[in-house]
Design a protein around this ligand. Structure first.
Ligand SMILES: [Zn+2]
Ligand SMILES: [Zn+2]
Length: 503
């Protein structure tokens, strides 16, 4: 992996208020900003130390941490949610600053079984069961990949100016005046400051980009976050705002579930869910940030992220062109940011949002070489390549396929679920997920100081529209289920399909 370098920025700072007007930078910095869009939500939450402060998505992440491993298909399924891998990870390993702690300084790994049959499968995550010997696949293999030569997403040697709110503007010397116009004239005293940023600053910038309109100032000039230019994320999500696409819930699978709510205040206490619905909600953690932003921006309720800097990064990716003298290296680079895909094997059975919002990446083939014994210095066995060919002893590399950790038989097909079959859970209004038992229900009721007579049940059905509404609300609200299923606005409708069923 590329050694961590530092990125040089030239900041133009308004000295009287210590505020960044803009930063002059090259492709390296813009590549880092764009890489935010490829990161799965779970990684972002992890990198921000569970303090993204977006809706209740941190809470959802925490529930996964707290859920006992026995409720998951295996140990690997829990890691898939807490440390989801991105199909862009190898590309992003060539960023000048690799801030992704899911990719430790030792690089990316795959896992295999140590058994004598272990020539076949590998896994992206530690802890799958070997389908040949039944052992646990925890033998670590180093993933070796070609280092990128010229830029990650944008063309190298391009110059950009990035505003304090992370608007990215390609800089062409002959268009200096129009760029200045976009930046707004400032008559105040400005000074130039050269800064170098490493992984620590990039992480701060990621965190600030979620809420702040002055992300550069907050991340690079103030020593600690509290954020000054904070944007309040709106929460007025209605499921009905989603889907202008011809694909609707008709003919698609919906899940009927029971919502338990406070009879008087109509606040949702919890939703009783089987593993299929829990998988849907958990999989939000695997969605790339770019796809979530895309969903939020498409919302008729207005884009709650519109004021935040990260939304400006998405806009730049949308606006920039590809090829020729344009910023992006290729059409593929642009697609990777504007419509990023789910990591390999992340899609669940009956995933309601797949295809509509995100597609799942295919796993590439991997190669290894068995070259031991007869050579004095055989090639390392614990290395996996992403390209076929021969080792330096002219032995042909053998292809290995990755398995889907969610399938109990360790197959290479897509689908499956993170949770073990026949797991029943309750999902509370703030998306805490807990195994269903009388004690958990009792605790929830107790939290609201309710007795059985004070609650009622309603039947709801959850299809694609509702799943999208839950995802959107999870980014802005602490009362997701109430917002989506109960509260109705002027133009909204709630999704309670049946009347009161009684407690
Ligand atoms: Zn084995
Ligand atoms: Zn060899």
């Amino acid at each position: 992996m590329a050694a961590d370098r530092e990125i040089k920025l030239k900041l133009l700072v308004e000295s009287w208020c210590n505020r960044v007007v803009f930063a002059e930078c090259d492709s390296e910095f813009v590549d880092v900003l764009f890489s935010f869009l490829t990161m799965p939500m779970g990684s972002i939450i992890h990198l921000c130390g569970k303090e993204t402060k977006m809706g209740c998505i941190d809470r959802l992440y925490q529930s996964v941490e707290e859920l006992d491993e026995r409720f998951f298909e295996n140990e690997a399924c829990k890691s898939m949610l807490l440390r989801p891998r991105s199909p862009s990870e190898l590309k992003c390993a060539n960023l000048a600053v690799n801030y992704n702690v899911a990719a430790p300084s030792t690089g990316y790994h795959l896992y295999a079984c140590n058994c004598i049959y272990s020539k076949d499968p590998v896994s992206y995550y530690r802890g799958c069961q070997c389908r040949l010997c039944g052992g646990i696949m925890d033998h670590q293999l180093a993933l070796r990949y070609p280092s990128g030569s010229s830029g990650v997403f944008v063309q190298q040697k391009k110059e950009f100016v990035v505003r304090d709110d992370l608007q990215v503007i390609p800089f062409v010397a002959s268009e200096t005046l129009s760029v200045m116009k976009k930046l707004g004239n400032t008559r105040n005293t400005v000074e130039e400051r050269d800064v170098k940023i490493g992984s620590e600053e990039v992480l701060r910038l990621l965190k600030c980009s979620l809420h702040s309109q002055t992300a550069l100032t907050d991340a690079l000039l103030s020593n600690n976050i509290p954020i000054t230019g904070q944007v309040k994320l709106k929460s007025d999500e209605k499921a009905s705002d989603f889907v202008k696409n011809e694909q609707t819930n008709k003919g698609r699978r919906t899940m009927k579930r029971k919502l338990v709510m406070n009879r008087e205040t109509k606040e949702v206490l919890h939703l009783e869910a089987r593993e299929d619905l829990v998988n849907q909600i958990l999989s939000f953690l695997t969605f790339p940030f770019g796809s979530v932003l895309k969903l939020m921006r498409g919302s008729a309720a207005g884009s709650p992220f519109l004021g935040s800097s990260v939304s400006n990064i998405y806009s730049a990716a949308e606006e920039f062109s590809t090829g020729g003298d344009n910023p992006f290296k290729s059409e593929e680079s642009k697609t990777e940011l504007v419509s990023p895909r789910l990591g390999c094997f992340m899609g669940c059975d009956d995933q309601l949002l797949i295809h509509h919002l995100v597609d799942e990446a295919d796993s590439p083939p991997f190669y290894t070489v068995y070259c031991h014994a007869k050579y004095r210095s055989p090639c390392a066995l614990d290395v996996i390549d992403t390209e076929p060919g021969y080792c330096r002893h002219s032995i042909k590399k053998v292809q290995k396929n990755a398995i889907n950790p969610k399938l109990p038989n360790g197959g290479t097909a897509k689908g499956g679920g993170f949770m073990r079959t026949n797991t029943s859970c309750i999902i509370t209004d703030d998306l805490s997920i807990k195994p269903l038992s009388s004690s958990t229900v009792f605790l929830v009721m107790n939290r609201y100081r309710l007795i059985v007579d004070e609650v009622e049940k309603q039947e709801i059905s959850i299809g694609e529209e509702e799943a999208a509404a839950i995802l959107r609300a999870s980014m802005t609200s602490q009362t997701v289920l109430t917002d989506v299923f109960i509260r109705t606005g002027d133009k909204g409708k709630s999704f309670c399909t049946a009347g009161t069923l009684g407690a």
